[in-house]
Design a protein around this ligand. Structure first.
Ligand code: ATP
Ligand code: PRP
Length: 211
């Protein structure tokens, strides 16, 4: 049995066509079902539905053989105990700093609100900026509006959330896409099952790139 960890929401939506191309069609729809383990059209493959930030943990400990996780989550979690064989190119966005429109450039001693604590710490340390990082779990855009922080580090896609809250994107930290991650022991022990899946994903991604 192969267990694949996926989060509900945008990653699931984007991953579904990729999984389907590999002949993996979930029997239940996670939007309608409360089940956390979804059987699929393939008897030897099941999906576990978890929070996006928990995917590396499940895969690292072997609770799932493979998973799909955003690069943002992998950077923050640390991916040294996982294989990251494929960039799936889905759920694309940018990890950026952002501040109120017209506020002075980000420098000196600053307070930064983010859920990406380690990534932000290392980013500002590399720039020699003294940043006090305030950990939040969501709605980061609110922090500068209520003087909790001078700026934020968060994901930006359309920029609509920033705009709606009077903020502007400042510096790009990195581009983000979702990656396939594989448990190291599973890669060895279940190689015969995992490798064909990786090959199929790769074919689909190449076809997408060519069309
Ligand atoms: P959790 O439930 O663990 O708090 P979350 O609410 O951030 O996670 P999603 O919003 O579904 O979960 O985001 C999952 C992943 O999708 C992120 O880790 C990131 O890689 C990507 N992502 C997040 N926001 C966007 C966006 N606006 N546009 C494109 N991709 C995004
Ligand atoms: C993400 C991110 C930003 C927003 C950016 O939030 O944290 O708030 O998307 O997208 P945009 O540039 O297209 O507006 P999400 O929608 O996942 O909400 P959440 O963080 O509250 O889960």
């Amino acid at each position: 049995m192969l267990t694949i960890a996926v989060s509900k929401g945008r990653i699931y939506e984007d991953a579904l066509p990729l999984l389907e191309e590999a002949g993996i069609v979930p029997i239940d729809d996670p939007k309608k079902s409360r089940k956390l383990i979804l059987q699929t059209s393939r008897e030897d493959v099941r999906l576990v539905i978890i929070r996006a930030t928990d995917v590396p943990t499940f895969v690292e400990y072997g609770a799932a053989d493979m998973g799909i996780a955003g690069k943002d989550v992998l950077l923050e979690h640390g991916a040294e105990n996982l294989y990251e064989p494929l960039d799936l190119g889905i759920a694309g966005c940018r990890l950026m700093t952002a501040a109120p429109v017209g506020a002075p450039p980000i420098s000196g001693r600053i307070r930064v609100a983010t859920k990406y604590v380690k990534t932000a710490q290392s980013y500002f340390a590399d720039l020699g900026i003294q940043a006090e990082i305030i950990k939040l779990y969501g709605s980061m855009e609110l922090a500068p509006l209520v003087s909790l922080a001078d700026c934020i580090v968060d994901l930006v896609d359309t920029g609509n959330t920033l705009k709606a809250n009077g903020l502007e994107a400042r510096d790009l930290i990195t581009h983000i896409t979702s990656r396939l991650v594989v448990n190291k022991a599973s890669m060895k022990m279940k190689h015969r099952d995992i490798q064909p899946l990786l090959d199929q994903f790769e074919v689909t991604l190449q076809q997408r790139n060519n069309s």
